[in-house]
Design a protein around this ligand. Structure first.
Ligand code: PNS
Length: 165
């Protein structure tokens, strides 16, 4: 098992500057990062898996040693399949803590060899999330600075704020 690879899992609907900040710091710690998008048929995301991959690829085009992947089912089973024993998550405000703690403990219950590691988000992104950004963008709120410009454009297209060319 390669201990220097980490899986950074999430919904990434869409990738935000908060995610990007975690990635930038993680690549200085790990030799390789796998950004793993959960394909959850029970959720109705705004962006398709393909669109999310495209936005992540575009945002992280300057980074080497980043793999973008899609998974279904239990995260720890996926980690074993990928031969990785580190799950990386970003931690924001206090409200994240309980959910992340629950998830980490559940993951640990399922597989004690897979470790959850957290990076505290930069204070600039403490209170932002993909969900709140989508909500703001859907009613024409200016979300520039919270997401990469490319993603901002895609959100505007989705919400009909610009013509889809
Ligand atoms: O970006 P998100 O929505 O906070 O990411 C949540 C994610 C994808 C990391 C989490 O829902 C997940 O790992 N789902 C897969 C199912 C699983 O293993 N859940 C944890 C134990 S119940």
């Amino acid at each position: 098992m390669n201990g220097k690879t980490a899986i950074y899992p999430g919904t990434f609907d869409p990738i935000t500057n908060g995610h990007l900040s975690i990635v930038k710091r993680a690549v200085k710690i790990f030799d390789k990062l796998i950004i793993s998008i959960l394909n959850n048929p029970q959720k109705t995301p705004l962006f398709s898996i393909e669109e999310r991959i495209d936005m992540i690829k575009h945002t992280l085009r300057e980074f080497a040693d980043i793999e973008i992947d899609v998974f279904e089912g239990l995260l720890v089973d996926y980690a074993v399949k990928k031969d990785v024993n580190v799950i990386l998550r970003g931690l924001r405000a206090l409200s994240d803590f309980e959910y992340e703690f629950q998830m980490a403990l559940m993951n640990r219950k399922f597989n004690r060899d897979v470790q959850s590691i957290f990076l505290m988000t930069d204070y600039k992104w403490f209170y932002t999330s993909s969900s709140i950004i989508k909500e703001a963008a859907s009613v024409g709120g200016d979300i520039s600075g919270l997401v990469p410009e490319f993603v901002n454009g895609k959100l505007k297209e989705k919400y009909g704020m610009v013509k889809n060319t």
